[in-house]
Design a protein around this ligand. Sequence first.
Ligand code: SAM
Ligand code: SF4
Length: 365
Amino acid sequence: MGTIIRDSFGRVLDYVRISITDRCNFRCMYCMPASGIEWIPHNEIMTYEDILFLVSVLSNLGVKRIRFTGGEPFVRKGFIDFLHEIHRKHPLIGIAVTTNGAFLERDASAISALALHSVNVSLDTLDPGKFSEITRTGDLSRVLRGIDSLVASGEVPVKVNTVVMRDFNLVEIPSLARFAAEKSVLLRFIEFMPLDKDVWSKMQYVPASEILSLLPEATQWSPCNKNLRASESLDPGIPNGPAKYFRKKDTGQCIGIISAVSDHFCHTCNRLRITSTGEVRPCLFSNKGVPIIDALRRHDPDATREGILKAVTQKPHEGGTGIPGEKQAPKVDQHSSITCFNREKSPRNGAENFTEERHMSRIGG
Ligand code: SAM
Ligand code: SF4
């Protein structure tokens, strides 16, 4: 006890994202091909017992916050019971979940009883047709009902994350902002990250400065990271991850912008990722990782800790955000195991841009 994880550059790593599953009921164009990916066999995925054990090791290493993600975490059977168990065993760890929102309506009352620190719902558009296009299998009304159910419970801070893509949802920035205000949810716009060079397009990428300039009544917004309210922050008083927050003078609405590309935040990175197969990934932009699945299965705390700390030594100073081909270009692995599908044209506008390629689901997006 009393330990903390500090990397070679002095950064304290107290936040871990764990991918519960690589599987998903959506096929978002920038994340998976239409046919899905070849799912990892169940016996290669961490069991809930493995993850419980992992969390106890992480807790002893001073980890304070854990986000469960995927794939879609709620497609995994028993996920809610698992969250109860995690909270029961580790009440001091802040637990959050990232979801596509498809199951929120079904599970809202169970989720609101979980004492989660936040539920982040990914929502890239408010247009039903465009939602079907980008997610391929998603139903916008179901996700919106899910958000409403969770907000109505009043028990869990709900955040909405929107990846901004120029030809897709740039024009919706004002309506998404108004939507967030009406629903009282915290909206964060995310710069489209060049995780895969074949999917990402400079044409589709929109920098944070432009996103900010497109907020409704743009001159009304001023930076407010230091004055976040409890409902807007995972830990009031502690810098809230990589988002820069802005508050609207007249209404008090707060919106975050995550500028992973135009203003990279590697120097403040406090996180590790663990894949659903039990591999510790020190950086989102690298395919290097340290497998700890055998140690987890043996419930061997020393070997698990050793694997985690080995991955920490591999954490780069800068993982490689920035615009490909320009200064600080991503150092994306050329032989990436997560770069594996072919381009296809968008059915809506024929563009060859944000189509397929990367299953961030495997690395815990
Ligand atoms: N299925 C859940 C969901 O969609 O929220 C969790 C997993 S998903 C991989 C996590 C997040 O990664 C989503 O919000 C998605 O929009 C985001 N994401 C995927 N590819 C991205 C990219 N190239 N740039 C920015 N965000 C991305
Ligand atoms: Fe599924 Fe999330 Fe990837 Fe969309 S972004 S395909 S919802 S894992």
